[in-house]
Design a protein around this ligand. Structure first.
Ligand code: ATP
Length: 224
């Protein structure tokens, strides 16, 4: 019998989602399954600090995520970063969620490319005190200590766990890789296809495509 929902870990999936696509959806779905997460909370960034400005407005990206996850009872939306209007940093978001959820295990779900970029994040070492990290192997990116900078490799080795059950025994601090179906879909690829007038069908959910079209998002002529 599964454990009561409240005691199972809560997954957290942050991103720019510019736009959300099937790579993100499979990432969340496969993480939930592999790690026995009660739910995955989607957290669209308002203004990501460590990358170029998103093409679509925060409100549009939020709406696209809402459409993409509709109907999945295991997915929920957290719109706090999106509505904040200030740069979105993960550590303050985790502090807010930790205060809300007490000692419940929180699991930050990342693609391996995002994981390898962690040392560029604001106050990144504090992440490990606030949440576990689950890392999916993304097509074209392998998770190997040799690929990490020394700082990340130092955190990685002692925290590495192979058993998803480890995530239930502590509130934070473990790093658990999990394999996901490789899907070489990226938001950049989708934006480039739209700008070039090419089809994006089967790369992202139809309701999201149907939102993009009348809102004229990502067209070469949108001036952004
Ligand atoms: P962009 O192409 O604009 O950089 P992206 O498609 O990588 O965007 P993000 O919103 O930056 O999307 O990513 C959010 C999270 O989803 C990150 O942890 C990233 O590693 C992960 N992710 C994105 N695409 C995939 C994919 N195809 N498979 C697995 N993980 C993915």
């Amino acid at each position: 019998m599964p454990a009561p929902a409240e005691s199972r870990p809560l997954g957290l999936l942050g991103g720019t989602f510019d736009p959300v696509h099937f790579g993100h959806l499979r990432l969340a779905e496969e993480a939930r399954e592999a790690l026995d997460l009660a739910q995955v909370l989607w957290i669209p960034a308002g203004r990501p600090p460590h990358r170029t400005l998103p093409r679509a407005a925060a409100a549009d990206r939020l709406e696209m995520v809402r459409l993409a996850i509709a109907g999945n009872p295991h997915f929920a939306l957290d719109d706090a970063e999106s509505r904040a209007g200030t740069p979105s940093y993960t550590v303050p978001t985790l502090e807010r969620l930790r205060a809300l959820h007490g000692g419940r295990p929180l699991v930050l779900v990342l693609g391996s490319d995002a994981f390898l970029g962690l040392p560029a994040w604001h106050r990144w070492r504090e992440l490990f005190g606030l949440a576990h990290i689950a890392v999916a192997t993304r097509s074209g990116f392998e998770l190997a200590a040799e690929e990490m900078g020394a700082d990340l490799a130092e955190e990685f080795a002692p925290r590495l766990g192979s058993d998803p059950a480890d995530l239930k025994n502590a509130a934070a601090g473990r790093i658990v890789p999990f394999a996901m179906t490789p899907l070489a879909i990226s938001a950049s690829l989708i934006r480039a296809r739209i700008a070039a007038g090419l089809s994006t069908r089967y790369l992202l959910p139809d309701p999201v495509r149907e939102y993009i079209e009348p809102h004229h998002l990502y067209r070469a002529s949108d001036g952004r």
